[in-house]
Design a protein around this ligand. Structure first.
Ligand code: SF4
Length: 512
């Protein structure tokens, strides 16, 4: 042994020493550690709805409160795979403490996450948020709303486009119609001539019947090999193909697309490369309301646009907390007439930008937009617009449209009397005849009111805070928690996943 080692003092190291009193696991968990916060909060919530998902009988189950704590804590520590959670339960002292040394395996964890939590995750989340609100960590009255697109756990190349389904379905019906017409031209069968099927009301069964009738009528007729080939193909394939298109339309349910590997996922543009180029990928539109950088509400949508999601998202807030928020702050993606009307009807003060607010506020109105309808003078008393040359534009028609959410939007068409020879004709409008504008005067008024609120002292403060509130939430989820893609498939399971992410985000926030 060297001389130098004699002078170093080591603490005693004896791995196999038997302690007189075994140390309690609880002694090893630091006071105020996030794992304790998770445990305390989950102990306080009513898990009756969760217990109701168990049928009873059979083998004893792991306690749902324990599994819930384990899952939330796993998400706090960025552990999302059920196998990795199982490993943590066997080797990580914090998980061991939460699980009280029980050892559920990854199957149990997965089943609990994807089946038991399905119907109760929102109730669990709402209770936790309510506890946080009662403790003064946040308020439910003032929320900042924004959305983000989360890529689905689906193959990017197995897409079904609504447009191509529609076109192919129409083409098939057209081909059947043509074949029918041809058959009529070569047969004198009166029944066939008198009983033409309704080609606008077809289903797979009717297609098969029609093809069979065509086939029968053409039997023994001198038809070309080409036509015979078409009839053979029609008999074999057209009905199942039509059925397939109908099934696809059912899955689409009005969406523009879906992925074959997660049929609930819709293709939407996602800005993910360093140049912010939008690429269509299968995903979900996740809407979040926040307060004090904590998540108050979340909802999953299958449409890429944020505008139409707001009423459903805020209805969810009302359902969870029995009241609508008093203040909603959101960016220009939400500034529609329908949303302003919805917020007003719920007694909510809206600090929601409309799409031209920033340009107008910063004085950066493009030359083109100086002729836009919202820059024309409107005389509300006598209901007419004044065009840039000072000519009156009177109402000529009313136009009513329904939005995706069934909101009835009433607009009117106003037309200038004579644009002939006007020097402003080029920049003003390019259509033939006199200029006409279709506009909702109600929408215009709501935008003016929204602008006034946004420019008020309160509005400026809310606008500043919005960037540091809800956007911070997304930054934490994407960059700190590393959530760039869903792990589970299907809207219901994605809803569970986002619920756990939201719970983890919130509890981490109050724990550290
Ligand atoms: S083109 Fe017609 S609507 Fe436009 S400024 Fe001239 S007169 Fe008015």
């Amino acid at each position: 042994m060297s001389k130098r080692h004699h002078s170093v003092a080591f603490k005693p190291y004896c791995q196999h020493q038997v302690h007189l009193l075994p140390q309690s696991l609880d002694d090893l968990i630091a006071p105020g550690h996030p794992v304790r916060v998770v445990s305390q909060i989950v102990d306080k919530i009513d898990i009756e709805p969760l217990l109701a998902t168990y049928r009873g009988g059979g083998r004893s189950s792991y306690h749902p409160r324990m599994l819930l704590k384990v899952l939330i804590y796993a998400y706090i520590t960025n552990v999302y795979s059920s196998r990795k959670i199982e490993a943590q339960i066997q080797q990580n002292i914090h998980f061991m403490w939460l699980a009280a040394m029980e050892k559920p395996d990854h199957h149990t964890i997965n089943r609990f996450r994807s089946s038991r939590l399905k119907s109760v995750i929102k109730q669990v989340f709402a209770q936790v948020v309510q506890l946080m609100a009662d403790a003064g960590h946040l308020t439910l009255k003032e929320v900042y709303v924004d959305g983000t697109k989360l890529e689905a756990n689906a193959n990017r190349y197995t897409f079904v486009w609504g447009k191509s389904v529609k076109v192919n379905k129409e083409k098939l019906v057209d081909r059947l119609h043509e074949l029918w017409q041809y058959t009529l031209s070569v047969t004198a069968d009166e029944n066939l001539h008198n009983e033409e099927p309704d080609f606008s009301q077809l289903d797979a069964e009717k297609i098969q019947q029609t093809v069979d009738r065509i086939d029968k009528a053409l039997q023994g007729k001198p038809i070309s090999a080409k036509i015979r080939k078409i009839v053979t193909e029609a008999r074999r394939n057209w009905a199942p193909r039509f059925e397939n298109y109908c099934q696809k339309e059912q899955i689409l349910a009005g969406r523009n697309s879906y992925s074959k590997t997660d049929k609930d996922a819709t293709f939407m543009p996602m800005k993910e490369d360093h140049l912010n180029n939008a690429q269509p990928k299968p995903g979900y539109n996740v809407q979040v309301s926040s307060n004090n950088q904590m998540i108050v509400n979340y909802s999953i949508h299958q449409t890429p646009s944020d505008t139409t999601t707001l009423p459903e998202h805020l209805d969810e807030h009302k359902r969870m907390y029995d009241q609508a928020p008093e203040v909603v702050v959101a960016d220009a993606g939400y500034g529609s007439e329908e949303n302003y009307v919805y917020l007003d009807a719920n007694g909510t003060e809206a600090y929601v930008k409309h799409n031209h607010f920033d340009a107008e506020h910063n004085g950066k109105i493009s030359h083109k937009r100086t002729f836009a309808v919202d820059h024309l003078h409107y005389n509300a008393e006598h209901d007419f617009f004044v065009c840039p040359m000072g000519q009156r534009m009177h109402k000529v028609a009313d136009v009513s449209t329904k939005s995706a959410n069934q909101y009835q939007r009433s607009r009117s068409e106003y037309r200038a009397a004579n644009c002939n020879g006007c020097p402003l004709r080029g920049p003003c409008h390019k259509t033939n005849g006199n200029r006409s504008v279709v506009v909702s005067t109600k929408g215009m008024k709501l935008k003016v009111e929204a602008s006034a609120r946004l420019k008020s002292e309160k509005g400026i403060a809310y606008r500043k805070k919005r960037c540091h509130d809800v956007e911070t939430v997304f930054a934490n989820i994407k960059f700190n928690m590393g959530i760039r893609r869903c792990r589970l498939r299907g809207k219901e399971k994605v809803n569970i996943e986002i619920g756990l992410i939201a719970l983890a985000h919130n509890l981490k926030k109050i724990a550290v």
